[in-house]
Write a protein that binds this ligand. Structure first.
Ligand SMILES: [Zn+2]
Length: 320
């Protein structure tokens, strides 16, 4: 059924002015495109009946990483604002120009998740994130930033978080991932900026780009609802979902050294042994140019699935 809903364009959102027990939908003006027309960020705010914490969930800051969009849509259907405390701020498409072009980067080909918090003058990407931080992210108490693997790669459902920060470790352990990886907050990332500014934040990597993978989306949703229970935003018992989760104290990529046609063997979330054959690189005549062996024992967090690769391609993301 088609229905046309008029959605207000806002310059700013004032949470205290939004009616409680209600779901609000806005487009927030961040910066302008080459037509002089605003880039409008879709924002859904679930304002609970009672006061409480503000949980922000951002998706598609890389414009082709789409599983988080469906996670947010499913979450809205699960929540009754009349039975909720606090506020959910949901941003299903954080990188609007990237989403329109089905690409990771902003319209000026910059990775938004490397330049946070941006500047109020300078490159178009920098201005966009400056307003994104100022108008949206600063309102959060907690942040779950939803991502997927990059183009040409596939991921497990895994968490990147600085487990040495107690609040981030808590957030990570409330989710329902296959793998949790200790990651210090990288400068320029949304998670890094948030954690430096008093907003406890983790990154949730949900499977593959350019797709809706409903099994992984539903597992992510369980973790989000668990987080809301922990933050006393909704009723219910907090569950221990990490019983079968592998926790890694670090991770790294194994690269090819030759170019050619690459075939990577282990499956996602499979355990591999030190010295195990993990990939072969063929020449264009089908002769093996390189055999790649795992340098350590560990678990497969992500892997390359694009066969045509230059020398020095990321082959396998190994968690230790
Ligand atoms: Zn991403």
């Amino acid at each position: 059924m088609e229905k046309t809903v008029y959605v207000k364009v806002k310059e700013n959102i004032v949470l205290s002015r939004l009616k409680r027990g209600h779901i609000h939908r806005f487009q927030v003006h961040l910066s302008d495109n080459a037509l002089g027309v605003p880039w409008k960020l879709p924002v859904i705010i679930v304002q609970g009946k009672n006061k409480g914490k503000v949980l922000g969930i951002t998706a598609a800051i890389h414009g082709n990483e789409l599983n988080g969009i469906s996670t947010i849509f499913k979450l809205i259907n699960e929540i009754d604002p009349m039975k909720m405390s606090g506020t959910l701020i949901l941003v299903p498409i954080s990188n609007v120009p990237g989403y329109l072009k089905n690409q990771r980067y902003f319209s000026d080909n910059v990775d938004l998740n490397r330049i946070m918090p941006g500047k109020d003058s300078g490159a178009s990407s920098s201005i966009y994130v400056h307003h994104f931080i100022k108008k949206i992210i600063k309102k959060f108490d907690y942040l779950l930033d939803l991502h997927t693997a990059s183009l040409g790669r596939v991921n497990s459902l895994y968490i990147r978080a600085d487990l040495e920060k107690p609040e981030c470790r808590n957030l990570a352990y409330l989710q329902n991932p296959q793998i949790i990886v200790q990651k210090f907050d990288e400068e320029g990332t949304l998670r890094g900026w948030a954690n430096d500014n008093g907003i406890a934040a983790i990154t949730i990597e949900i499977g593959n780009p350019n797709a809706f993978q409903h099994k992984l989306i539903d597992e992510t949703l369980l973790g989000v609802l668990n987080t809301m229970k922990f933050l006393k935003m909704i009723d219910g018992k907090v569950k221990n979902l990490v019983k079968s989760t592998t926790i890694c104290d670090h991770s790294f990529w194994i690269y090819s050294s030759k170019g050619g046609i690459v075939d990577v063997f282990p499956a996602i979330a499979q355990k591999v042994k030190k010295g195990q054959l993990i990939a072969k690189v063929y020449d264009v005549f089908g002769e093996v140019r390189e055999e790649i062996f795992s340098s350590h024992s560990g678990i497969v967090i992500g892997k390359n699935i694009r066969p045509n690769c230059d020398a020095g391609t990321r082959i396998l993301h190994l968690g230790i």
